[in-house]
Structure formats: structure tokens, C-alpha cells
Ligand binder design. Sequence first.
Ligand SMILES: [Zn+2]
Ligand SMILES: [Zn+2]
Length: 389
Amino acid sequence: MLLSMKAAVFHRPKKITCDHVPDPRIENSSDIILKVTSTAICGSDLHIYNGLIPQIRPMVMGHEFMGVVEEVGSEIRHLKRGDRVVVPFPIACGHCYFCEHQLSPHCENSNLNYGPEGALLTQKGAALFGYTDIYGGYSGGQAQYVRVPYAHFGPRKIQSHMKDEEVLFLTDIFPTGWSAVDWGELKGGETVVVLGAGPVGIMAMKSAWIQGAGRVIGIDSLPYRLERARKSGKAETINFHEVDPVESVREMTRGYGADLVIDAVGMEAEKSLFEKAANLVHLQMGSINAFRTAVSLVRRGGTISVVGVYGTNYDNFPFGQVFDKGIKLRGGQAPVHRYIDELMNLVKDKKVFLDDIITHTLPLSRVAEAYHLFNSKEDDCLKVVLKPH
Ligand SMILES: [Zn+2]
Ligand SMILES: [Zn+2]
């Protein structure tokens, strides 16, 4: 093993660089050390990059990664050196109340900051890889090696003939898009609107068809993302800079609105003037505009699934409309452990292809450039995969 590996280290907002850091070591008997072969930058990494989720000390980024088992702790029986695995992004123990109820993002044991409160600066649910001290402070997988705790519960073996790119997104964005649709409990033939044609939005579009949607509509403002929604998500598309998305969806649905609306944008939506003021006064993070649009887009009695990240409480939350329309509201981090085996089978059986959203593949050494590219959406960047070796 190397004496000092390369990793993507967050220093402060807008500064993530490829540095040499100490190699990870087995710390508990249920750990494994993984040699990372592929890792991706996620839209939610940008919340850290842009300072929306605070992090003081330097930290190794990355929660979407896969690789080859390098070393196993003494308790690990089902994995051995040389096995290829993908790893779910929530760090979960496998035996607490929430793990036993298939709610791995709420694991009680992985995060020292675990607690019942929900807002950004108080206690949180399960730890996540490479996702700030609030989420447990674990080093992430945008690195040459990573320590994976509770390896009896998280990592899933992959067949030798499958390419990294075919299965990498089982770590997060495919289960995230899938759960957003699953929460809508489609019976068949429904209209599904997806706000945001980024990687998660497109995974939600793919999932919607598999789960029986009759119509899938993607909403975004950038032409290259809308084109990807049409090609990879087989969606009809609406550019909200050109037309009013609420009016358009109502016209397309005989005035009703969508059966299921998926908010795959979260707090990084364009802010209203009101929100710019509220952010200063009330310590709000980002914008609630995407959610407000979702409430207007959904039909009475319909469902909104929120998988875009929101960090704090928000003024102007449209609760009157949520109540009046009888909206079912679901949201949160995806319980990846619950879905990953079923979704792995869809990939194996070629019922879905996940790699068609990758626009850039770069060596880990160019991670600073990769974050800039992904954040600025330059060069029609949709999803970046990093190769650490
Ligand atoms: Zn992610
Ligand atoms: Zn647990």
C-alpha cells in the first residue's frame, strides 16, 4: 500500500484540491479498506463546495464510489481481498431500529452527532461518507483508498464482467431517483413531473418509466440538460425560462396537475428577492422556490417527493396550499440499502442503463478543475467521474 495516498480535500468553500493525506487503516473489526477505482462528484457535494453546508476542518470528499477490497477486518466473512464492490452512501450499522426498518439514512449508531432535531446546525441522522462533521466526519471516497465501516451491511459485490460506469450510480443517484418515484406509489399510467434535469432528475425519469408512469415531464432551464432529459430520460421537457411551467403542466394534464412531482433541485434553486432578505435575517440556506413550484405543479391529492437537499427551516413554506390540496409529502435521503439489490438486478438484466449521463471522466489529480466544471455547468457538464489510480 502507498504511504500517502491522493485524495480530494475540502479546505474552504470553492477550494477542493488533490492532496496527499495519510492512508486509511482498519479501525474496527467490521471495517474494510477499499482501493477506489471510480468515484463521482454529486450535486450534493456542491452544497459543501458552495458553503451551504459548513465544514471547518479539512475533509476528504466523496460519497459515490466503488472499488476493490484491499483489506478486511476480522469480523468480515462475506468479502475478501480482490472483491469488487459498490458502497451505499449512508453509513449504517445494520442492527439498530432504523436499519432494521430499512431506513439506513437514519441509523442511530454511525454518527456521533446523531439526534432527533432536523435543522442544519443541530443533530443529524446517519453519517454519510465525506459529508462534513455534522454527518459524522468520515473521510469520503474521492480518494485512492477509503475506510468503509460496517462492511457487513453496506458494500455489494459486483460481477466481474460489469464495468464500473454501469454500476457506480447504485451508490446514490439511481436509488435516490428510484425512491422518489417509489414514494409516489404509482399504479400505472400516472403523469410524473421531475423538477431539475440533473443526474438525480434523470435517474428519477428512468425510474418513473420502470415503475409504470404514463407520462414523464422534465423541467429545467438549461438546454443541454433538457436534451439529456429527452434522450436519457425519454421525457417531454419544459424550459422554465421560456414558459411558465405551472401553466404548461396544467395544459398538459387537463388542468389537474401532475400525479407525482419530484423536486430534484432543492435549496440551490434561483432565489427570489424575498428569499435573499430572509436568508440574511433568518439564517436560511438557499431557496425554497423549487418546492413552492412543486406544490403548484401537483394535482389535488397528489404526491410530492423531495430528494433535492434542503438544509434549514424556510419562511414562506406554502403549508396552506399543501393542506388545501391534500398533498402527500415525502422526502429525505434515499434508503439506499433497501433498494440496492433490486436495482442491481435491473442493471444486470439490462432493464436500465445508468452510464449515459456521464459527460466527463478525469483523473483525481484534476479534482479542483472537476469541481469547478461541475459547479459552473461549463462545457455542458452533467456528471463527472474521477479515476483515482
Ligand atoms: Zn450523491
Ligand atoms: Zn443502524
